[in-house]
Design a protein around this ligand. Structure first.
Ligand SMILES: Cc1cc2nc3c(=O)[nH]c(=O)nc-3n(C[C@H](O)[C@H](O)[C@H](O)COP(=O)(O)O)c2cc1C
Length: 328
């Protein structure tokens, strides 16, 4: 028996099992992996891009960036430094990264805690308990984003909150009225147990999408078509609102933003904090441009999040590693 091969396969499986736990837009899991001699290549799967919501593939690359952070973390858990080459093939923009094994170095406590949080992190939807996030934790999240080359801005003034709420509301209203978008959403929503291992299941979106200051995606098409206008009142259960931004807007920046996103989410999970996403206005160019000039201080907004305290959500399905990993 070729035991070397078996060990190499186990190692690749270990990395991909971690990778697929990453969040992805509509749980599309838009990634593919190949491995050769234990080294891993990450690709964006062109068949899993959202053609209407994400024509340029920005959210796809962010999702894959989150998976890349998990691969790095899984290597660190085994005690090896990941050697990451982003976009190793200039002729193929879908080839997002090559990851090799570097020198041995004991994982830190922080890395081990984040690794353990991989399977406990789930997206939250709906309101939070009212206790605000402690300021030191907000500072830690900001530092984690910065380590990956992104910035985390808190949206604190009433005026900025109202403006952001209006942009999210406008985007959500446009999507709810557009049959194409509705069809795309329905395609990725799993209202029944159809055995598919992707998409957003019913149980994960049971909350009223209009129950906080920021309109939520209406996965179940349950909301009334007239969205409430952004009101003077900011429901306390909305919690903190943060923007994840990058200085530029290249594919490299999107990959950094994905890694920053996952690093922030996992540190939050370690600290018993969950996060909700409201990325609808970032999918409509003129709304994203407005957000960039008004709230994001000229930086490129990549994610809109609400971190807060609530009971941990339920896991959503994932395709098995052998469905996304091929050996070369
Ligand atoms: C780029 C990106 C955009 C997302 N946008 C939203 C969103 O607008 N609303 C939402 O409820 N979830 C959003 N999500 C969360 C995904 O729906 C979620 O990650 C996926 O369903 C898998 O579930 P999990 O995160 O609980 O593992 C987004 C995730 C990513 C990576």
């Amino acid at each position: 028996m070729d035991t070397t091969h078996t060990l190499v396969d186990h190692a690749a499986n270990h990395l991909v099992r971690a990778a697929v736990a990453a969040p992805s837009v509509h749980n599309t899991q838009p990634w593919q992996f190949t491995h050769r001699e234990g080294e891993l290549d990450l690709y964006a799967d062109p068949t899993r891009r959202l053609l209407l919501s994400d024509p340029d593939g920005r959210e796809q690359v962010i999702s894959c960036g989150a998976a890349l952070f998990n691969i790095r973390l899984a290597m660190r858990h085994l005690g090896f430094r990941p050697v990451v080459q982003p976009f190793p093939d200039p002729s193929n923009p879908a080839h997002l990264a090559h990851v090799g094994w570097g020198a041995y170095a004991q994982p830190t406590t922080g890395e081990n805690l984040m690794y353990r949080a991989l399977m406990q992190r789930h997206t939250h939807r709906g309101p939070f308990q009212w206790s605000p996030l402690p300021q030191p934790l907000v500072g830690e999240l900001r530092e984690h984003a910065r380590t990956e080359g992104a910035e985390l801005h808190t949206v604190e003034s009433r005026c900025a909150q109202r403006h952001l709420a209006e942009l999210v509301r406008t985007a959500e209203a446009i999507n709810r009225d557009d049959p194409g978008h509705v069809a795309e959403l329905v395609h990725w929503t799993r209202a029944s147990r159809d055995g598919r291992q992707d998409g957003v299941p019913l149980a994960a979106c049971a909350c009223d999408p209009d129950g906080t200051g920021l309109a939520g995606r209406d996965f179940l098409l349950r909301a009334t078509h007239t969205l409430p206008t952004a009101s003077e009142v900011w429901p306390a259960g909305t919690g903190l609102v943060v923007l994840l931004t990058t200085r530029n807007d290249t594919h490299q920046d999107w990959l950094c933003a994905g890694q920053a996103l996952q690093r922030v989410l996992l540190h939050a999970t370690v600290r018993w904090t969950v996060a909700a996403f409201h990325t609808q206005p970032l999918e409509i160019p003129w709304l994203r441009a407005q957000l960039r000039t008004t709230i994001a201080r000229g930086e490129f907004p990549q994610m809109i999040l609400r971190p807060g305290h609530a009971t941990r959500g339920r896991p959503t399905p994932r395709r098995r590693p052998d469905a996304v990993l091929m050996s070369e």
